[in-house]
Write a protein that binds this ligand. Structure first.
Ligand SMILES: Nc1nc2c(ncn2[C@@H]2O[C@H](COP(=O)(O)OP(=O)(O)OP(=O)(O)O)[C@@H](O)[C@H]2O)c(=O)[nH]1
Length: 673
């Protein structure tokens, strides 16, 4: 197989009598994702996409094994360039300097949607088998009439000089009736591709759209389309654009011209000649987008501001908005205010259009995305309503609203015990059709900060950083246990293990004792009562009262799953118990989290220090099953491929932490707590 060049994504068997071009070999070490490849198509070679199995069997062939490119237009003996992006790479975050937001503007039928299709194809955003003409025109009416009615957005990934760029494209309608769509989309961009039919030249909507783009201070890249047509005259049309656009804009902008003392026009000397239909000049357009359109300003640190440029109603998800984050960051679960209606909403979902909707956790300044929101009143009141109704029937239940950075909006509830908590959750889910997550019960700590402030902290995620806190005080209760004398020993052992401070023991009768301890409330809120009952075979009883706060050596124990901190699993524990709790918690989580296709590390950390670690082994498919005997190198190759796949999955994989895991801290071995 001397004439076969391989790389992980490119397989290039050539016809027997064609010598392999030397540069194929240079490609072999490239990573398949996020790479731009250039190769030469040898004479006689015909090109097939790997999706097309029947044709792919024919030799010679060029096979691309991941979604990427449009090769059909490439001619034998010509150079082609293509970028390869693996599916999930589309969601990788790039720095703001590598984001480009642009629109395509043109007169009707000058080829915007056809160009958008090609851009999606060339960047590997849409696979060939998913591709259909006018991909972004997804309304039936748009397809029937062959026109764009609604603006559409898509996020593409493009590799330029070995760096990944995120290109946000907004396709706009050309017809005059829908020009308000154009104005909205332009406000969300820094640049625009001005597509002009090279056979027809400047038309009314070309001018109207240019004005709008200039008003929005956009960088305009002129693109002369349809150069494949016999009547195409790109040079004449370039000149026409310069003259007509320059003249008209200056007429409209007299004031501006005199102010700036210069003529505003459009330089068409570097206009790109393209044929969207034939796929000519598409890479030049992509390169120009990166080179000529400025990136958005990096204002991630500022408070959130976003511009909504479109919206629609989804029967299942409610109102879906298209927006561009102008400043700050928007996260799923954020409370946001819509300035037009001055109403508060809860951000249910945040996503990107790639071009199908994909959910993400957050979007930063400069990014374009979609989101669905629920009116803060509606969402909040649904749970509140359910709790209020349940309270009618369960007077012991108490609740107050609370917000958590990790979980969003919720209620802090008071229960009688663990069983009561489970019952309330079950009832809310069954009777009111809600899906809820309950976190492990916690107490309110008092944190004395180095600047003299005292803050109350009910949630480990709200604990000030280690450097900012002087001391932590925890609530202490006086607990009185009444028990037959046979169980005195075991109950004292229980209290001792829960950091109890012995106060006194009295015999009320010959056989019955009363033991008093001072106990941190945090040690009692979990399963203390259950333990007391189980150790005394149900004979002991207890009562407690709050006595005050006491300084204690407490620290925050973080849990990392696959390298990410899972905020709701963080706990505040006593320093002496941190190692035991950390070890037990990681072991418990290992039992509770379902196996993934890749290895998942579960770690307990204090600050940056890992104090306990477990690993959830990967589910393994027997990739050697189909190998009957054969060379060992074949098996090694399959195993290596599997290991690489798992490594990739580990980098992108998201793990769903089941509800039981959030309660894991309560279910640790009784010796630990
Ligand atoms: N020959 C040739 N035809 C093209 C080219 N680009 C687009 N077309 C054709 O021009 C027609 C209009 O193309 P569209 O992409 O729908 O034009 P549009 O600007 O998006 O139209 P609206 O969305 O309605 O404004 C279609 O029939 C395309 O096949 C090209 O480069 N060469």
């Amino acid at each position: 197989m001397a004439n076969v060049a391989f790389c992980r994504s490119l397989k290039l068997p050539l016809s027997d009598n064609t010598p392999p071009p030397q540069h194929h070999r240079h490609q072999t070490r490239r990573t398949p994702s996020l790479s731009l490849y250039r190769c030469h198509i040898p004479g006689k070679a015909s090109i097939f996409h790997s999706d097309n199995n029947a044709r792919a069997k024919a030799r010679p062939r060029l096979r691309i094994t991941c979604q990427a490119i449009d090769l059909q237009q490439s001619k034998e003996g010509s150079d082609i360039e293509f970028s390869i992006t693996a599916g999930q790479d589309r969601l990788l975050k790039v720095p703001t300097s590598n984001i480009r937001n642009f629109s395509i503007i043109a007169h009707i039928d000058h080829g915007k949607s056809t160009l958008a299709d090609k851009l999606l194809q060339m960047t590997g955003t849409v696979q060939r088998r998913e591709m259909k003409e006018q991909f972004l025109d997804n309304m039936d009416l748009e397809r029937e009439r062959g026109i764009t009615i609604k603006l559409q957005a898509a996020r593409m990934r493009f590799i330029y000089e070995n760096k990944a760029y995120c290109l946000n494209l907004i396709d706009t309608p050309g017809h005059v009736d829908f020009s308000y769509e154009v104005s909205r989309s332009l406000a969300a961009c820094e640049g625009a591709l001005l597509v002009v039919d090279a056979s027809q030249g400047v038309e009314a909507q070309t001018l109207a759209n240019v004005y709008m783009a200039l008003e929005n201070n956009l960088e305009i890249i002129p693109v002369l389309n349809k150069i494949d047509l016999p009547g195409a005259e790109p040079s004449r049309v370039s000149q026409e654009i310069e003259e007509v656009v320059g003249r008209s804009v200056n007429l409209v902008r007299n004031e501006l011209v005199s102010l700036m003392g210069q003529v505003i026009g459009l330089d068409c000397s570097n206009a790109i000649h393209c044929s969207a239909k034939e796929g000519i000049g598409i890479f030049e357009i992509l390169n120009a987008i990166v080179q000529r359109i400025p990136p958005p300003l990096d204002t991630t640190k500022r408070p959130l501001r976003a511009l909504i440029f479109d919206s629609y109603y989804d029967a299942y998800r409610g109102v879906i908005v298209y927006f561009r984050v102008v400043d700050g960051t928007i996260k799923k679960g954020d409370r946001i205010v819509f300035m037009a209606s001055d109403k508060d909403y809860y951000a249910d979902e945040i996503g990107v259009l790639s071009p199908n909707q994909l959910q993400v956790d957050e979007l930063y300044a400069g990014e374009v995305g979609i989101g669905s929101c629920t009116l803060w009143g509606e969402w909040f009141s649904e749970l509140r309503d359910a709790l209020e109704k349940l309270q009618l029937n369960d007077a012991a239940l108490e609740f107050e609203p609370e917000t958590s950075s990790a979980m969003g909006l919720g209620f802090r509830c008071g229960f009688l015990g663990l069983l009561h908590m489970e019952i309330v959750q079950e009832r809310l889910e069954r009777e009111y059709n809600l899906t809820l997550i309950t976190t492990a019960p916690s107490v309110v700590y008092r944190v004395n900060c180095t600047n003299g402030d005292t803050v109350e902290c009910s949630n480990p995620s709200l604990l000030p950083e280690a450097g900012k806190r002087r001391s932590i005080e925890e609530p202490i209760v006086k607990i009185e246990m009444l028990t037959p004398k046979d169980y005195v020993g075991t109950l004292m052992d229980l209290a001792q293990k829960r950091r109890g401070e012995f106060k006194e023991m009295k015999f009320i009768t010959e056989n019955r004792a009363s033991i008093t301890y001072m106990l941190p409330l945090a040690e009692m809120v979990g399963d203390f009562f259950d333990q007391l009952k189980s150790r005394s075979k149900g004979y002991a009883s207890m009562d407690y009262s709050f006595v005050g706060y006491k300084e204690s050596e407490l620290i925050k124990l973080d849990i990392l799953i696959n390298g990410d901190i899972v905020e709701p699993l963080a706990t505040i524990v006593h320093k002496e118990k941190a190692y035991t709790v950390g070890r037990a918690l990681t072991q418990k989580l290992k039992e509770l989290i379902p196996q993934q296709l890749f290895k998942v590390p579960i770690q307990a950390c204090i600050g940056a220090k890992v104090i306990a670690s477990e690993a959830l082994s990967a589910m393994r498919k027997d990739v050697l099953a189909k190998c009957y005997g054969g060379d060992i190198t074949r098996k090694m190759k399959l195993l290596k491929k599997q290991a690489e796949g798992k490594k990739r999955m580990k980098a992108f994989g998201k793990i769903d932490v089941p509800q039981e895991a959030f309660m894991a801290v309560l279910k640790l071995e009784k010796e630990v707590l």
